[in-house]
Structures are given as structure tokens and as C-alpha cells.
Ligand binder design. Structure first.
Ligand SMILES: [Mn+2]
Length: 480
């Protein structure tokens, strides 16, 4: 009889924030939570626990979300104090039944739990936060495996990682993070580290805390739309053109600390050529594409600000982003609605990422290269929030993406409908009446590895309740 090790992978749970309350003022949305599937997730974990086959449940990054903040003025892209990060984790767990379910899984003695770090939960790598996580599960920290420092997880011929390593907006400086942790473990405050050596959160994190969180009260759809770069940034610029300089400044973040002055480069296999550097080789072209003709003027202004004051990032944000955010809270009208919708339409028209059989080139190329180099049969990523299952062109290995458990808006239909038909949709967006557009694809990968390391089965499914756990990838919950 062939003995299998069963691996189940989920990612991008983004647990945290407070539950959205019904709007008191028309259109104003309260509550920052984006995952409304807490109960379903707990049911899913209990479904695994009840299975007699020993299973490793892998939480493949962005498990909790330290960037989801109801205090939008805070703008904290990285919680450097372990005490505060623990307090935040406890608050996230306080109304989340999933922590108890994970505890039951580990205490079963049959199954085990492994966590990888993503880009919204880097604080989970802190020793104190790992201990706190285990305490919340009611188990010893030694019974949970934490994969940190940018390592990938390998099980036989299966490679698992979050996937943000191939995303110039969300690449994490794990060396900087490790340095802060080394000090923390000795009880030394991070504030004693020279500014040059400090960990800097990825630019994508700053985009969330400095801009998106601040706009979310007015435009709740902002962090439910994917893909982030291709849809969200053009959309932000349509809502508030004055945000351009702020977005430019955020894109330049790797340069601000004065440490990472060299650009991060990806080789032809989309691998970072030097893991210690951040930035993007293609930053200029990419920004030109996103921002259009005003780019050179912005570039000049931002560089001037940099020369005047290396620590001038806060200033730039205060002057340009905060003002733009305040302005756009008052200038919403039908014309803007239409523009927003047309932007979405364009973004979605270009966007083949909705198809579970296609993947963005950077992830596809990176995964194919990894499979060839390491002779892997299966490569599993998360991060993009788009579930996938396809065969990689060169290696012929399987590529799985575990998608997300957060609420999702897929506006694929907009690409074909008339401008007139867009009007009621725009109105719904303006009023934060999003219920008709929200979908939940509770996706997971299930992989069977034989004792000699080869894979027998590897696929992505949607969980639609214990009675319907193995539904096709894009089956939305609730299952009919
Ligand atoms: Mn991510």
C-alpha cells in the first residue's frame, strides 16, 4: 500500500479589522474587515481535523493582516514593537473562531500546522508574536512550524511559498527584518538601530496604510479589487489625480531609508538577482505606464524633495496625499463614477488573471524556473488572490495558486456592458452598496505526497461547506 502525506494549503486569509457595520451616514462605510468567512474557515479547519488521514495544514502567508486598521490616521506600515504587535494579534483573535479551530487541529496529535510569512503579516516572524500565536491556540510554540526569513517550504517534490518575492511592490526585505529580530531577541529596542539599517516595509504596504486605508471609509471597494497594481492604482488616480505624487513617493520608498540605494533587479527567470536589495529595475517604465504624461514633472518634483531632505517622505505625504484624500471625499459625482467604471472596465478588459488557466508572466516564469531548477513537480504560490491550477510550459510541473478567503469583486462583466448600464453600478459603488458584487471563493490546494517524495494528486478546490468541500475552483460560497 502506498502511504501518502496529505498537505492542505490555504493563503491570504487577511484576518483582522472590525466587522463592517451598516452605514449610518449614507455611503459611509465603517469597519475595515475584508474577510467575512470566519465561520466557514473554522468549519474548514475542523473538517481537516476530523479526517483520519494525518494532514499538514500550511498557512501560506498573509494569514493575519497587521495593515488592516480602523484608525486610518495611524498609517503604520510595520509594527516595530513586539508588545504592540502581540496586542494587535490578540485583538484579531478575540472575535475569530479560527484560532480555536487551529488549536483543536494541533492538539489532535494527528495533524500539524505550518505557517509561512507573507507581506501583510511580517510581524508574525517576531519571537514574541510567534509565542503569542501559539498561546492563542493553547499549544506549545514547538508544536507549530514557522517558516521565516524568506525561505520556501519543501515537501518531497512540492515547493510552497507566498509568492510576493516576485512582486516588486511587495518584496519583503527579510535581511532587515532579521536584523531587527536579532536585536529584539536580546531585549534591545528597534529604535536604537541606525536609520540606515532599519527594516522598511514594502511599498505595497505603504500604499495600503498611507492611501487605501484612508480612502476606504468613502470607497469601500478599494481593497476588494484585484489585481492591485493594474486596477487599483489607475482607479486611485481617477478618483484623485492629486494622489500621483504620493504614489510616486511610495514607489520610491526603497530609496528613502538611504540603505537600499541599488535597484533590485529581476533576471530573465524573474528571480531577484540580489535578495538584499529592493527597488525595481523597471520602476521608471512602470510608473510612466501607470501615470501617463505627467510622470516626468512628478519625477522631478519628487527627486527635488529627496535632495532637500532625505527624511522628507512624511512631508511629501502630508502635503500631497492627505490633501488629495481630503479633497476627494467631497468631489464624488456621476461623472467621476463613470470614469471609475471605465477605468475598471479597461483594467478588467486587459486582465486575463481571472481565468484559472492563465497566470501573470512574472509568477509563471518564476514558478517554471523554480520547478526546472529544483526538479519540483508542484509549485504553490498565493499572494495574487486569484486561484489557479495549470501546467507550467517548460518544466511541465503543476502550478497552483491558493487564491484568497477575503471577499472578492470580479467585474469581468463590465468589459461588455454599455455605458448606460454602468450607471446603476456606479451608484451602487458610490453608496458602498457592494453586496450584489461580492463573491467568496474559499480556495485551497490539496496535495498527496508519497513517502518517496513524488506527488500523486495536486489540485485547487473551493470549500463550500463540509458537505461540498471539493467544488471546482471558482465555485462561490454559499453553495446553492
Ligand atoms: Mn500577499
Amino acid at each position: 500500500m502506498i502511504v501518502h502525506n496529505r498537505i492542505v494549503v490555504i493563503s491570504d486569509l487577511h484576518l483582522g479589522g472590525t466587522e463592517p457595520a451598516p452605514a449610518r451616514v449614507m455611503g459611509e462605510a465603517k469597519g475595515s474587515r475584508i474577510n467575512s468567512s470566519y465561520a466557514e474557515l473554522a468549519e474548514f479547519v475542523d473538517w481537516i481535523t476530523a479526517d483520519p488521514r494525518p494532514t499538514e495544514l500550511v498557512l501560506n502567508g498573509d494569514i493575519v493582516d497587521f495593515l488592516l486598521d480602523d484608525d486610518v490616521s495611524a498609517g503604520i506600515s510595520f509594527i516595530e514593537s513586539p508588545t504592540e504587535a502581540c496586542a494587535r494579534l490578540r485583538r484579531i483573535a478575540s472575535d475569530c473562531p479560527v484560532f480555536d479551530a487551529w488549536g483543536r487541529l494541533v492538539r489532535s496529535g494527528v495533524h500539524c500546522l505550518t505557517l509561512l510569512i507573507g507581506n501583510h503579516d511580517v510581524e508574525l516572524s517576531f519571537p514574541a508574536v510567534r509565542a503569542c500565536f501559539a498561546q492563542l491556540l493553547g499549544v506549545s510554540v514547538h508544536r507549530i512550524q514557522f517558516v521565516i526569513d524568506g525561505e520556501a517550504l519543501v515537501r518531497g517534490k512540492v515547493l510552497i511559498e507566498h509568492g510576493n518575492r516576485y512582486d516588486p511592490w511587495n518584496w519583503v526585505d527579510h535581511d532587515g527584518l532579521r536584523h531587527e529580530r536579532a536585536l529584539q531577541s536580546r531585549g534591545i529596542s528597534a529604535s536604537t538601530i541606525a536609520k540606515k539599517a532599519r527594516f522598511i516595509a514594502p511599498r505595497g504596504s505603504h500604499l495600503v496604510t498611507e492611501i487605501m486605508n484612508k480612502l476606504k471609509g468613502r470607497y469601500r471597494f478599494i481593497d476588494l479589487l484585484k489585481p492591485e497594481t493594474e486596477a487599483t492604482i489607475p482607479l486611485l488616480l481617477k478618483i484623485a489625480p492629486a494622489l500621483q505624487l504620493g504614489i510616486h513617493a511610495i514607489y520610491g520608498i526603497p530609496l528613502w531609508g538611504g540603505r537600499c540605494v541599488d535597484f533590485f533587479k529581476q533576471d530573465e527567470n524573474m528571480q531577484p538577482t540580489d535578495d538584499r536589495r529592493i527597488g525595481s529595475q523597471s520602476s521608471v517604465t512602470e510608473l510612466e505606464q501607470l501615470m501617463g504624461e505627467n510622470y516626468s514633472e512628478l519625477h522631478w518634483q519628487a527627486n527635488l524633495a529627496l535632495q532637500i531632505d532625505v527624511g522628507g517622505f512624511d512631508d511629501l505625504l502630508t502635503k500631497h496625499v492627505v490633501r488629495a484624500v481630503n479633497q476627494c471625499a467631497n468631489v464624488w459625482d456621476d461623472l467621476k463614477n463613470a470614469l471609475v467604471a471605465w477605468t475598471l472596465k479597461k483594467a478588467n478588459g486587459r486582465d486575463s488573471t481571472i481565468d484559472p488557466k492563465t497566470e501573470l508572466n512574472s509568477y509563471l516564469t518564476a514558478a517554471d524556473f523554480l520547478a526546472c531548477e529544483g526538479k519540483f513537480e508542484v509549485v504553490v504560490f498565493g499572494h495574487t488572490h486569484q486561484p489557479k491550477a495549470l501546467t507550467l510550459p517548460n518544466s511541465k510541473a503543476k502550478y497552483l495558486n491558493t487564491g484568497t478567503w477575503v471577499d472578492t469583486m470580479r467585474l469581468d462583466g463590465l468589459a461588455t456592458i454599455s455605458r448606460a448600464a454602468l450607471k446603476p453600478i456606479c451608484k451602487d459603488f458610490a453608496r458602498n452598496h457592494l453586496q450584489p458584487y461580492l463573491r467568496r471563493y474559499l480556495s485551497y490546494a490539496e496535495i498527496l505526497v508519497t513517502t518517496d517524495g513524488t506527488t500523486d494528486e495536486a489540485d485547487v478546490y473551493s470549500f463550500c461547506g463540509k458537505a461540498n468541500p471539493h467544488e471546482p475552483i471558482l465555485s462561490a460560497y454559499p453553495w446553492p
